[in-house]
Ligand binder design. Structure first.
Ligand code: ADP
Ligand code: MG
Length: 698
């Protein structure tokens, strides 16, 4: 019934036509397309290739020689699965082009026999070997199907994200057959000056380029237009949300009295680094301004962020306000508390500690201190958030290792009191453009300089066979009076097997190679008092070796420790390893970080990046590239923008252009009410249906 009506009326194909009405789409395909998010014809245009095969560099089969890397296009003339003596099954095919034949071999992939048919044309890339003649082991291949003409010189093949029941070839055919009808209906929605700013082509042209490129470069150019749109939307929303938030809330305008801060400067056992001074200048400017501070302080492990937070706290306090410094773990909070107590002693200031572990009496005392409308400094864990309602005059909040907290937790503390200024601190130096994308209009200061006198740490990756030698080396360090860490991966404290592995290894070390040394075991499952006791013993030099799980990752500061031995290094992210390495090299002695274990080729390559550099920024970049944002930041953070096409890291230039573009657009038209903004409104509406509400007001 529906079919006859459709045939009879021949509805014109528009961007809003449901794909079910497209020629070549039956109910099964429509379902598969829906899985890919393709519901309307418009979505098909935005379903862009994730990969391209460049057939413009295709070699003639006759020209292939053993040892060379090549791409060929050939038709399958015979094929089959061959068992080997060792039980491995190999799928083999012989392909032919106008110049000759070539044997192609896929060891261990007999299942290809089901998807590759005789007569199919294959595009193959790989190294040519000599094996009873020339043979190609494809690194990659694309089945172009039976209809495909032989070698189309200069062609770029679009490879689409596919799904079960719908191959990329079928998608390509579908796009190909409707592209000419759809493209002329596409209008550019962004103002021309923004396109010019980013240097990207207009939308219709860009869509043509991504679907039907004449070269890879052209495909990338088209892609940049779509990526720009995504990034621009995110920046517009961030900016708008921020503008609304700022209008809502004025901050405290502190006065730079230079009373407590100068006193601290005089009492410090060291001079501030240039980078610390610059960051403090930024912070003072923010805090003395009328708007709330919302600043991220980035600095590699050991760059001295803590003392910067202390100066900012004192600025608040000398104005009669209270300050809170929040850390992600009890250990770290206690350490900050100790550090602050020591540094502030000459000033006669006693910071209070607020953690979940306080006894009733301590809790009452702390509550009393912060409940008085008088200057105070509180250091603690997320317990501060619950306590925050008790602050009489909270004016400044610092959040250390801020990426360890969820978005909500970070916001919660800042939301207490009367709009305290907020300083976020992170030792995972994320690229500036990414920070901007993740945190919108957050201001950023970077400590790109380490305190003087630090020696480079010698790092190495060693195989299992070197274990004895490595342990001897560690033993010699202890002989010299130094201390060492031995770290086991335990990402999730509930992982019983990991815990067991660490415990067993501890017992083995204690009974064997390090029997004559004083060893301590530290993991998150230990009762609190025991954990403290072990940490304290290590800090006070009563233990030579601290065998630990990842709980020591952040913060621990023991200058006499010079050796970090990491087991199963392949299970750590590079940034995490960098954090661990930051536990040594804190005194004047030469320090070492050894990754021990037999890791695979791929892991070894990854770990080598870590071994080769001590630049946390570079490491974080590599980590991001290899493992993606989600991993770097632990659980996915809510409110984090998601991108289908853009990659804020790789598209750094584009991202900066998008930021500037958003700024320009909103400066001219804050409510997006002008005619030129209607296009972007429409884009925001389809892309971020809920966020557009930010603009409905006014
Ligand atoms: P991170 O940035 O990793 O949090 P910390 O704040 O823990 O680093 O500082 C690391 C160590 O460097 C601490 O022992 C601290 O006292 C010391 N430190 C900080 N600033 C300086 C400086 N300007 N000169 C010398 N040592 C410093
Ligand atoms: Mg720190």
């Amino acid at each position: 019934m529906a079919d006859t009506r459709r045939a009879a009326t021949q509805p014109r194909l528009t961007l809003d036509t449901p794909v079910t009405y497209l020629k070549g789409v039956g109910p099964a395909r429509a379902l598969a397309l829906a899985k890919l998010g393709v519901i309307f014809a418009r979505d098909l245009l935005y379903h862009v290739p994730h990969r391209y095969e460049d057939a413009s560099t295709v070699s003639r089969i006759a020209d292939l020689e053993a040892g060379m890397d090549g791409t060929v296009v050939g038709r399958v003339v015979s094929k089959g699965v061959i068992p080997t003596r060792k039980g491995l099954r190999i799928f083999q095919a012989v392909v032919k082009d106008a110049t000759g034949m070539l044997e192609v071999s896929w060891p261990g992939q007999p299942f290809l026999d089901r998807t590759i048919a005789k007569g199919d044309v294959l595009l193959l890339t790989g190294t040519v070997r000599f094996f009873h003649g020339r043979q190609l082991h494809p690194r990659e291949f694309v089945n172009l199907g039976a209809e495909e003409e032989g070698t189309g010189g200069g062609r770029v093949l679009s490879v689409y994200p596919a799904t079960e029941g719908l191959s990329f070839k079928q998608i390509r055919a579908l796009v190909e057959s409707h592209l000419d009808a759809l493209l002329p209906q596409v209008r550019e929605l962004l103002p021309p000056d923004l396109l010019a700013l980013a240097g990207v082509p207009p939308l219709p042209e860009a869509l043509r380029m991504v679907h039907r490129p004449t070269s890879i470069a052209e495909a990338l150019e088209g892609r940049s237009r779509l990526a720009f749109e995504e990034l621009l939307c995110v920046h517009i929303l961030h900016r708008r949300a921020n503008a609304l938030a700022r209008d809502d809330r004025h901050g405290i305008a502190f006065v730079n009295r230079r009373e407590l801060t100068s006193a601290l400067k005089g009492a410090l056992p060291f001079e501030l680094t240039g980078a610390q001074t610059r960051a403090l200048r930024d912070i003072v400017a923010d805090m003395t301004g009328g708007r709330r501070m919302h600043r991220l302080l980035q600095g590699d492990v050991g760059s001295g962020k803590t003392v910067v937070a202390l100066f900012a706290s004192l600025l608040a306090m000398e104005n009669g306000w209270q300050a809170a410094v929040m850390a992600p773990t009890e250990l770290l909070a206690e350490q900050h508390h100790r550090t602050f107590s020591r540094l502030l002693e000459p000033l006669g200031i006693r910071p209070v500690l607020i953690t979940g572990r306080l006894g009733a009496r301590e809790r009452r005392e702390a509550a009393e201190v912060i409940g008085r409308p008088a200057p105070a400094l509180a250091v603690g864990t997320h317990a501060l958030v619950q306590a925050a309602t008790g602050f009489a005059r909270l004016g400044f909040v610092a959040i250390d290792e801020q990426h360890r907290f969820g978005v909500e937790q970070r916001k919660a503390l800042g939301a207490k009191g009367e709009a305290p200024d907020v300083l976020l601190m992170s030792a995972t130096p994320i690229p500036r453009s990414l920070a901007l994308t993740l945190y919108g209009d957050l201001d950023v200061s970077i400590l790109d300089e380490k305190p003087p006198g630090r020696r480079p740490i010698t790092s190495a990756l060693r195989p299992e066979s070197a274990r004895e030698r490595v342990l001897q080396f560690l033993d010699r360090e202890i002989e010299k009076g130094r201390q060492a860490y031995v770290v086991y991966p335990l990402i999730d404290e509930s992982e019983k097997t990991d815990l067991k592995a660490a415990t067993v290894a501890f017992e083995e070390l204690a009974a064997g190679p390090l029997a004559h040394r004083r060893l301590g075991l530290l993991h998150g499952r230990l009762p609190a008092e025991q954990k403290d006791a072990v940490m304290r013993a290590f800090r006070d030099g009563e233990l030579d070796v601290l065998v630990a799980t990842t709980v020591i990752e952040v913060g621990i500061d023991v200058a006499n420790a010079t050796m970090m031995l990491i087991e199963h290094p392949e299970r750590f992210g590079l940034s995490q390893l960098h954090q661990l390495r930051g536990r040594v090299g804190r005194g004047g002695e030469q320090s070492y970080c050894v990754l021990l274990g037999d890791v695979g080729q791929e892991a070894a390559e990854r770990l080598q990046i870590f071994v080769d550099t001590e630049d946390g920024f570079e490491i974080a970049r590599a980590d991001l590239r290899l493992r993606g944002m989600g991993d770097l930041f632990g659980e996915r953070q809510s409110g984090e923008p998601t991108f289908r096409i853009a990659d804020p890291l790789r598209d750094e230039e584009l991202n900066l252009a998008a930021r500037e573009g958003a700024e320009r657009l909103l400066d001219r038209d804050p409510e997006l009410m002008k005619p030129e903004s209607q296009g972007i409104r429409q884009v925001l509406g389809t892309r971020y249906a809920r966020s557009i509400e930010l603009f409905r007001v006014g």
